[in-house]
Write a protein that binds this ligand. Structure first.
Ligand code: 5GP
Ligand code: ZN
Length: 139
């Protein structure tokens, strides 16, 4: 429990939330400012952040809950698609520093799907140099 963390307060019922799921390791609740109605946040009960400091077994469990929530959004809301997103750091758009997955239902005909601004590598050499650096760090 991190005393300054709003998501820890939600876990401990010190702040209200529209909870949709909970178990021994994780909870899921509606985002207060949904990108689409039915937008759910899946978080661990324990305070971890960012993804690189979160144990693998917690991440594996969270993604299994994300999958169940997505299936429920299809069944209960008639979602035609789902976006899953997870931000780390301010420059990535993260506001609440307690790891969380956004699970966002999407609907056919909706114009508000997530937009990505695509960039281009200067050439294949630049692209290969990014690949080389990441590959080396993965070894
Ligand atoms: P982030 O930008 O950190 O990936 O996402 C944080 C999310 O938490 C935002 O989408 C925001 O609307 C949501 N949020 C922030 N404060 C609260 C709160 O007190 N209750 C709920 N249910 N959601 C919150
Ligand atoms: Zn927390």
């Amino acid at each position: 429990m991190n005393a300054d963390c709003i998501f820890c307060k939600i876990v401990n019922d010190q702040m209200p939330s529209a909870r949709v799921y909970d178990d021994a390791q994780a909870i899921a609740f509606l985002d207060i400012a949904p990108v689409a109605k039915g937008h759910v946040l899946v978080i661990p009960r324990s305070h971890y952040d960012p993804i690189t400091a979160t144990p693998d077994e917690i991440l594996a469990h969270l993604i299994s809950v994300v999958k169940r929530v997505a299936a429920a959004q299809v069944d209960a809301l008639g979602a035609n698609g789902i976006n899953v997103s997870q931000a780390n750091g301010r420059c990535a758009g993260q506001v609440v520093p307690h790891i969380h997955f956004h699970v966002i239902p999407r609907f056919d005909g909706g114009a508000d799907h997530e937009k990505w601004t695509s960039k281009r590598y200067t050439d294949t050499h630049e692209m290969e140099s990014f690949a080389k650096n990441i590959r080396a760090a993965l070894k």
